[in-house]
Every structure is written in structure tokens, then in C-alpha cells.
Design a protein around this ligand. Structure first.
Ligand code: HEC
Length: 202
């Protein structure tokens, strides 16, 4: 190794005067090469003490479970269903909070009695985004920004949102005077609002 010149070995062949050496790889290079092979085996099995230790698949599963738990934790409505909202609509305390929230936050656009002005009538049977309790919850939390309905998810507390949605479900059939013309689809059908019932262009 000391005299690397002495390692030089000319190969027999000769292509139009071009000849080549066949020298062994330097030792340091080979050590690194072997080390990478050894490491790749350890890495493949993800043995404890190297990498994360539990094995790649277990580690991935743990990450996925953690992400799912976080999503549930951050979504205050993860366990809410239609029944929970309808039950809140029978709870006087929730209804009172819902009514207060509605008159302070929603009435400017939907009118104090829900009959509609800038926003649609919430007391009729017609819905643009669906009239099931969970659908109303979704419209209220996410809003319809392009159409002027703000997303309330971060502006109100979860309790206020649940209560105001519960309150909205109680507006059905209250027949407020001079209501805004129906918009959307009748709750009990999938057909669009009949032309005669459709109000002026939104
Ligand atoms: C700045 C005006 C404005 C305010 C304030 C407002 N909304 Fe709306 N809202 C709208 C508009 C406009 C629409 C119609 C969106 C569309 O055309 O897609 C709407 C739609 C809705 C719908 C869906 C109606 C349907 O037919 O599907 C619900 C439910 C609703 N609002 C509830 C609320 C509640 C509850 C609040 C108070 C927390 C509120 N809104 C506050 C303007 C408003």
C-alpha cells in the first residue's frame, strides 16, 4: 500500500494504443463501502438502538394513531351527531344560549326571527346546504365564505355553536312574517326549488 505505484498493474489488452490499469480500490474506500452495506442491513431491520427502534411499521402505525387522536382532540364536534344536537334543542339552558347567540351574531343577516334577509330564511323547509342538524352544524362552523356566510368555527365557542345550531333547528315551521323566498332544495325531497317558489336571484 505504501508505494501505490507498485500496485499498478497494466491489463494485457490494447485498443488502438489505449491501455488500462487494473488497480484494487483504496482500503479507505472499501471500508466505507462495507460500512454502508452493514448499515443498510441494520437500517432495514430497524433494530432497537438504531433509528427509532420499534420497527418501521410499528412506528408508522403509532404516528397514524397519534395523528388521528390529535384530529379528534382538536375537533370539539368529533362525537356530535344529529341526536346530540336535537337533544340540545330540548335543553332550556342550551336553547337560551343558542337564542342569545343567534340574536347577537346571526340576526343581522338571518333576521331575529330567522325569516331571512341577507342570508336565507332558516325557518322554512328549503335548504341550500342541507337542513339536517349535522349539515347545519357544518355550514355554521365552516361558513360559505364565497356567498357571504362567515365561518363561525373559530369565532364562537363550541358550546355557542352547538347551542345556536340547536336553536336553528327549532325555527322550523315557526312561519315568521314576510319571510325571504325559499332557496335551495326542500328538506324532504331532492328536487330543486320549483321556479314559482324560487325567490329573486341571490
Ligand atoms: C354576514 C351575514 C351573515 C351572518 C352574520 C350569518 N350568516 Fe348564515 N348565511 C349568510 C348567507 C349569505 C348564507 C347563504 C349562503 C349561500 O348562499 O350559500 C347563509 C347561510 C346560512 C345557513 C345555510 C342555509 C341553507 O339554506 O342551507 C345556515 C344554517 C346559517 N347561515 C346559519 C347562520 C348562523 C347560525 C349564524 C350565526 C352564528 C349566521 N348564519 C350568521 C349570511 C350570514
Amino acid at each position: 500500500m505504501t508505494e501505490h505505484q507498485s500496485d499498478d498493474r497494466l491489463l494485457e489488452h490494447d485498443y488502438d494504443g489505449i491501455r488500462e490499469y487494473d488497480n484494487p480500490m483504496p482500503r479507505w474506500w472499501l471500508y466505507i463501502f462495507w460500512a454502508t452495506i452493514a448499515y443498510s442491513i441494520l437500517y432495514y431491520f430497524n433494530v432497537p438502538g438504531i433509528g427509532i427502534g420499534k420497527g418501521r411499521i410499528a412506528a408508522y402505525d403509532a404516528d397514524v394513531a397519534e395523528a388521528a387522536a390529535l384530529a379528534t382532540k382538536n375537533n370539539p364536534f368529533a362525537t356530535v351527531n344529529d341526536g346530540v344536537i336535537l337533544a340540545a334543542a330540548k335543553d332550556p339552558a342550551k336553547l337560551a344560549l343558542g337564542k342569545t347567540t343567534f340574536s347577537t351574531t346571526c340576526s343581522a343577516c338571518h333576521r331575529a326571527d330567522g325569516g331571512g334577509v341577507i342570508g336565507p330564511n332558516l325557518a322554512d323547509d328549503y335548504w341550500i346546504h342541507g337542513g339536517k342538524p349535522l349539515e347545519i352544524l357544518k355550514t355554521v362552523t365552516e361558513g360559505v365564505t364565497a356567498k357571504g356566510m362567515p365561518p363561525w368555527g373559530r369565532m364562537l365557542t363550541p358550546d355557542q355553536i352547538l347551542s345556536v345550531v340547536a336553536y336553528v333547528t327549532t325555527l322550523q315551521g315557526t312561519n315568521p312574517p314576510n319571510p325571504k323566498a325559499p332557496q335551495g332544495v326542500r328538506a324532504d325531497s331532492t328536487s330543486p326549488t320549483p321556479a314559482a317558489a324560487r325567490g329573486p336571484a341571490k
